[in-house]
Design a protein around this ligand. Structure first.
Ligand code: AMP
Length: 282
């Protein structure tokens, strides 16, 4: 595996690789790899001739007061893990190389960026869309792979690629969980023992909702009340509990096939998200 830090070098590698007729997959990340990232890499490596993993803690998707400075970083360990999981290139540019002082452009995806996480993190998805526009142009991938854990991000990226006519296939990968059900996240290292235990209320409430929907309960307001009680009893502070259509991200009147239950809650100071999609309802 080769490490590239300069955007121009990344472009040159992609040009050269495409010229030889090889396909490229891209897995964009912010590093501090866990099994969620590694399964995305293996999934991607099996679907293209060459795999580029980008590792960039993108400053413009963090609001002032968020965890940009303390976001966990482990470059050496990440490089070894990426190499062992099929990466040909680890692209890790410095922030100043991605955003020189005269950088002026923001890409926004209206509507779909505004609810759910976008409500409490204004500007977050514009930061995500802007860095991905740059990464797509530099890497020129045939396909790019994203985790379904960041379900709204995936919907924003699908819209971005469609609207801007990039010929890039966007693939989602199922959520990878710890053995006890907690969705893996680089931010889980922020949790102390009690907060880690309390965080299990997120997957438990998804399980509860699946069970209740299986019993025939389809009213979002009823299910929301029950989930709120589960999260609050564990000591979590819910930020949203939403039943939305998987494509439009608009709230649904009744849970049906293709409805996504999306949750965000704080355990201590740490903000966690999780979701599940309902299918095959009778
Ligand atoms: P991040 O480094 O947190 O920005 O994540 C990089 C990519 O990995 C994104 O596409 C995430 O959705 C994905 N990802 C993070 N955690 C998980 C997980 N537990 N399961 C599946 N994908 C994940």
């Amino acid at each position: 595996m080769e490490t590239i830090t300069q955007p121009a070098e990344m472009s040159a590698w992609s040009e050269q690789t495409r010229r030889t007729g090889q396909s490229i997959a891209l897995v964009p990340t912010m590093g501090f790899f866990h099994e969620g990232h590694l399964s995305l890499m293996r999934f991607a490596a099996a679907r293209a001739d060459r795999l580029v993993v980008s590792l960039f803690v993108n400053p413009i998707q963090f609001a002032p007061g968020e965890d940009l400075e303390r976001y966990p970083r482990a470059r050496e360990r990440d490089a070894a893990l990426a190499a062992a999981n099929g990466a040909d290139i680890l692209f890790c540019p410095e922030p100043a190389a991605m955003y020189p002082r005269d950088f002026r452009t923001t890409v926004t995806v209206a509507g779909i960026s505004e609810g759910l996480c976008g409500r409490s993190r204004p500007g977050h998805f514009a930061g995500v869309a802007t860095v991905l526009a740059k990464l797509f142009n530099l890497v020129q991938p045939d396909r790019a792979i994203f985790g379904e854990k960041d379900f709204q991000q995936l919907a924003v990226i699908r819209t971005l690629v469609r609207d801007l006519n990039w010929n890039i296939e966007i693939l989602g990968h199922p959520i990878v969980r710890e053995p006890d059900g907690l969705a893996m996240s680089s931010r889980n290292v922020y949790l102390n023992k009690d907060e880690r235990q309390a965080a299990l209320a997120l997957p438990l409430s998804l399980e509860h909702a699946r069970h209740r929907v299986g019993q025939g309960e389809r009213r979002p307001e009823v299910l929301r009340g029950e989930i709120n009680a589960i999260l609050a009893a564990a000591g979590l502070r819910p930020e949203y509990i939403e039943f939305v259509d998987e494509l439009s991200l608009q709230p649904v009147a009744l849970v049906g096939e293709g409805t996504v239950l999306a949750l965000a809650a704080r355990s201590g100071a740490t903000r966690l998200i999780d979701n599940c999609r309902f299918k095959q309802l009778d």
